[in-house]
Ligand binder design. Structure first.
Ligand code: WTA
Length: 656
């Protein structure tokens, strides 16, 4: 990509300062933030060492900080020892044994509360059950569970005994599960009979059976532990499968944590790269936990009385850092919800906010837009006054959705933290500190203290001109970064350090910085279009489209074009009915002109296709590669098993 002419045209000028009440209570005010930045700039490793000493409990204190001898395989706090589960649970018992660690709500409305004391007991008991099945430090355990507290308990139990977990999202198919188990060489699978989602049972155990018993299966798996959630009929293979409730029978609720080296792998999490094969992103114990703990305190401002609901599933990195580990590391109360946001209706999230008096709410722009589409009457029917802070993650949020979140959910009272980060970075990287900074709709603002982010050109030079796009890079190693791709050190280097003589971590996103030094993410590098020699972020065209009053959602991809290089192909979901047959020439003209007005004629989509939905993974990511394939009129060969709604494929292809 020639970053010279990544053009950024959509300029958003509104600014919002946090309200005074929030500022007065915030953990970090503007002066404290400035001091943290100063410290990190003056003495980078000293800053991180101090944070690591203050935020974590060490069994054996570290004397070394950053080791660069095997760069870009960096390591941190090399000679220290700790245990992640101890840091998330045991150390809070003296003060918070009876405090709720987890508030759980099932899709059908069943609710349970787990105190820190009880969590300690359940994690320890299950950890002993894992040991009894021969799991020891360094073994890989795959977790394929519904979004229930047992998923978190299983993760924490692995951490307690030094086993490396790899959570596979419950919406992934048997094939994806098999590939991940085999890549990780996992010895055990922890699953459930099923889970409740969208009023239906998600058949986890039968998918697991298919993964294990067909197409070569998973030769490394010795045992499967099955949590009983739905109690519907499933097959159990004797000798291999064991019920969770049987596995914990007669296990003690006392399990001494296994102290591990700071660099001991805590987990693998598979994520898609630019090639077909998912990468097993490998995270460390201490560095990862440090990032998780710090950001839950700095960014989510978690205090003793907060009830934090991050809606992410534990199958994604957000569900690791802002559900299973980070909030517990700082002793907070989390909410876990099993089901879909629209069961029984689009008011479910807001009803839960009212019911559990949620104070900090973190979700994805795609959910915000989907709920926005349903109308204000849903949030307006509930008391949302408990909320004091809102967050978003996973994709750029368009200003219209940001403003809706701000006014209709936050009642113009609550700061919004738009958090940019990745599976690879382990925790928030570029994001507001809510009590210390003003925000702008659509910008993730600035890098956290100790995170050295920049936008650079093709030669790796920092771009100083405001609003000029380039590569988003992190210029110094940081504790929570991935350590490698499991079993593939070379791919790690090739993927993240392919340029700039290996000096910078290449995030894979393009971005710009505005006059205030605020970052604006323009999309993945591979989602940048080149139209007549002009580069445009697909996100900017989408943002323009969804800014139109008739449009609920849009996805834009490039389609090879003889003269222009690439033409712009847009898929649009309207707020109202889809036009009959998916065609409406007049509306298409209106929208093209609209985009022309918002950005410039260059950004007008050449084609627009209307559908009832966009193809997304269950985590809400638009499947762009699939859309590109369809735009080109090519046959679909990629895996569509994670699609929420496979029937829309015909609409997207213009067949119906
Ligand atoms: C995108 C999710 C804009 C970005 C935590 C990144 C974002 C990728 C934001 C990582 C944001 C994430 N604004 N874009 N606030 N957050 N992204 O690994 O393209 O699922 O590279 O991690 O999501 O996605 P991942």
């Amino acid at each position: 990509m020639g970053s010279d002419n990544i053009e950024s045209i959509l300029i958003e000028n509104r600014q919002f300062a946090p309200n005074q009440d929030f500022v007065n209570r915030a953990r970090i005010n503007a002066d404290q933030l400035a001091a943290l930045h100063q410290q990190a700039n003056d003495d980078y490793t000293g800053f991180w060492a101090q944070q690591a000493r203050e935020a974590l409990d060490w069994h054996k204190p570290f004397t070394k900080i950053l080791n660069e001898s095997k760069a870009p395989h960096y390591s941190w706090f090399d000679d220290g020892e700790l245990n992640v589960s101890y840091n998330c649970i045991d150390r809070h018992l003296a003060k918070s044994a009876n405090k709720n660690a987890i508030i759980f709500e099932g899709e059908q409305g069943d609710t349970s509360y787990i105190t820190y004391q009880e969590l300690h007991s359940r994690v320890s008991t299950f950890a002993n059950a894992l040991k009894a099945k021969g799991i020891t430090s360094g073994d890989r355990v795959v977790i394929y569970m519904p979004m229930t507290p047992e998923a978190v308990i299983a993760m924490q139990a692995c951490a307690r005994i030094g086993a490396i977990h790899s959570v596979v999202f419950g919406g992934f198919s048997a094939e994806s599960l098999r590939d991940r188990i085999n890549d990780a060489g996992a010895k055990m699978l922890i699953t459930a009979d099923g889970g409740h989602r969208g009023g239906k049972i998600v058949e986890l155990k039968s998918a697991a059976d298919k993964a294990l018993d067909t197409s070569g299966g998973c030769p490394t798996i010795e045992n499967v532990i099955v949590y009983q959630r739905t109690a519907h009929n499933i097959a159990m293979q004797s000798g291999r499968d064991i019920w969770w409730h049987d596995a914990i029978k007669e296990q003690s609720n006392d399990c001494e944590p296994t102290w591990v080296n700071a660099e001991h792998p805590l987990f693998l999490l598979y994520t898609s790269g630019s090639t077909g094969k998912p990468k097993g992103i490998q995270h460390s114990s201490a560095g990862y936990l440090l990032g998780a703990a710090l950001t839950n305190s700095w960014v989510f401002d978690l205090n003793d009385n907060d009830i934090f609901w991050c809606t992410a599933d534990v199958g994604w990195i957000t569900g690791h850092t802002y559900v299973a580990y980070g909030p517990l590391a700082v002793g907070a109360t989390i909410v876990i919800y099993e089901g879909a946001p629209t069961v029984p209706d689009a008011g479910r999230f807001w009803k839960m906010v009212e019911r559990h008096k949620i104070t900090v709410f973190y979700t994805a722009p795609t959910a915000i837009r989907a709920l926005m589409k349903q109308g204000d009457e849903f949030p307006n029917a509930y008391d949302l006054s408990s909320i004091r802070l809102l967050g978003t993650v996973g994709e750029p949020i368009n200003p219209e959705a940001w403003m809706w979140y701000h006014t209709v959910i936050g009642k113009e009272r609550c700061p919004i933290v738009d958090t940019w980060w990745q599976t690879e970075t382990g925790c928030n990287m570029i994001t507001p500190i809510p009590g210390a900074m003003f925000t702008k709709p659509g910008s993730c603002t600035k890098a956290l203290p100790g995170i050295m982010a920049d936008v650079v050109d093709e030669d790796g030079n920092s771009i100083t001109e405001a609003n000029k796009g380039g590569y988003l890079v992190i210029t110094k190693p940081f504790p929570s970064m991935l350590r490698t791709i499991w079993g593939d050190d070379e791919r790690y280097v090739d993927t993240y350090y392919p340029k700039f003589d290996g000096r910078f971590y290449l995030a894979g996103d393009s971005a710009r910085k505005d006059e205030d030094g605020y970052f604006w993410i323009m999309g993945r590098i591979d989602d940048v279009l080149n139209v007549s020699g002009h580069r445009l972020g697909t996100m900017e065209v989408e943002s323009a489209l969804v800014a139109h009053e008739l449009v609920a959602e849009a996805a834009v991809v490039g389609k090879p074009h003889e003269i222009k290089g690439e033409s712009i192909f847009a898929y649009v979901v309207l707020k109202g009915e889809r036009p009959a047959g998916g065609v409406d020439d007049e509306l298409t003209k209106t929208l093209r002109d609209w985009v022309g007005e918002q950005i410039g004629a260059i950004a007008k989509p050449d084609e627009i296709r209307y559908a009832d939905n966009l193809p997304k993974t269950r985590s809400g990511k638009i499947m762009r590669r699939l859309l590109r394939t369809i735009a080109k009129g090519e046959e679909i060969t990629s895996d569509t098993s994670t699609l929420e709604n496979e029937a829309i494929l015909d609409q997207l292809q213009g067949k119906i």
